[in-house]
Design a protein around this ligand. Sequence first.
Ligand code: ADP
Length: 548
Amino acid sequence: MKAPLHGKMMEVPLTVSSLLAHASRHFGTTEIVSKRIERDVHRYTYRDCEKRAKQLAQGLIALGVEAGDRVGTLAWNGYRHLEAYYGTTGFGAVCHTINPRLFPDQIAYIVNHADDRYVLFDITFAALVDVLAPQCPNVRGWIAMTDEAHMPRMSTAASSYEALLAQHDGDFEWPAIDERCASNLCYTSGTTGNPKGALYSHRSTVLHAYGASLPDAMGLSARDSVLPVVPMFHVNAWGIPHAAPLTGAKLVFPGKDLDGKSLYELIEAERITCTAGVPSVWLGLLRYVKENGVRFSTLDRVIVGGSALPPAMLRTFKDDFGVEAVHGWGMTEMSPLGTLSTLNCEQAQRSADEQRRLREKQGHVVYGVDMKTVGASGQALPWDGVTFGELYVRGPWIIDRYFRNDVSPLVDGWFPTGDVATIDNDGFMRIVDRSKDLIKSGGEWISSIDIENIAVAHPAVAEAACIACFHPKWTERPLLIVVKHPDLDLSRDDLLRFYEGKVVRWWIPDDVVFVDELPHTATGKLHKLKLRERFGDHILPPDQKVEQ
Ligand code: ADP
């Protein structure tokens, strides 16, 4: 066979530093705005950011950090954290973002497993660092992201980030790096077992940033003012800190105040057009705007992912506030973007009901991701919107292995997500459940997500979780655990009646337990494991007549 003809194009590596270099050169005066821990607002530009990221790189190199070394961060969304994203990866080190909401023991495990050389931390986490430091003997230094004047009192010998930067002038060229080298490291939250590391490469990160920016993904552009509410310690804030410099969008960081009032005021003050985060933060924002009778003047779309977007929330955003809620799905192992629920021309001509049904799903893939659902014997399932099976994915920004683990998680080249889903004729995927959260009643499956979505559509329900509860005849039956709106009345029977006509009879939960609050994981999802431990043996009322 004839040898293929090679293209005659430049081989420019896809490096993370090139994203910031591009923004600094071509959108040099575009702003990056941060609410600081100190509660003031900090403003500078992409050009300033690149200079300081270079100062940080010089500082870390002077401290002996080498290409391939991991540098941890324990920080909120802010400009110094952004500098850390680029000041580490820019010279070949790996930016390891650590979720501070995990238990200290888990964090210590992660820091040690990653073998972090240095850890940069926001001063809010000073006490946490004092707990971690004795457990992490291989960390050479802990660097507080503040100036000398604001250094916290600590038992750990920490140094000041600003003092480190002040020793360097930023006169530094980002070195050429092989695009297959590691750039970022994120651990899954490990609700079961130890956390596992997803080690992204420069190439996968840049490709993901391209994918995330596409019009039918987050649709970012230089006309946007984007607010990542999703934390930078949670899968790189879904890629926004990379996609914003790629597109030249203005970046706004909320710091640590994620309550409805703080978010609303920031959205208005900085003329935010696009924001992204998990459903629980939007509950707070929507409550604030409703209670105060205020409107959004610039907000165009909210990317909602991490957990299922309740249909009631989608409707409220659209019908009451004219804001598009775009449902997205992904996971740490996928950098994280997989699917988004934007419509094509033909779908946008369908009836309002049909459009809504599509938008409620987790959506279509972004180029770069392929997906399929498989049955029990590994066979590919039809795309009929009804048949469900385990969701498998593959693509250039999906992991091949976990960090420091030689066992491949792949099955025939595909990554099994652990989610159970349907795919319809339009290529829209719907997550039925996480496989471990599905409720198996008498051998038939019930989707806990569907049961929760109906509950939160009831005006008196603030939040709801559905778990499997032991049943002597059916093995498992659904139990609903509910947080009521404080000023509204709701009884168990009212809520169970609300299900009639919305699901088949045997899907209706057997009982309802009212609680003051529901436990959440470190990434803001319902902590089903904890709920199962607490309520899995709840005694169900005897008069239940389930007919399947
Ligand atoms: P973890 O919470 O385990 O750390 P991730 O943050 O990577 O992991 O979460 C990935 C998982 O979150 C997915 O596999 C899926 O179960 C769930 N998830 C993410 N987005 C959605 C969504 N839009 N709807 C339903 N589930 C989602």
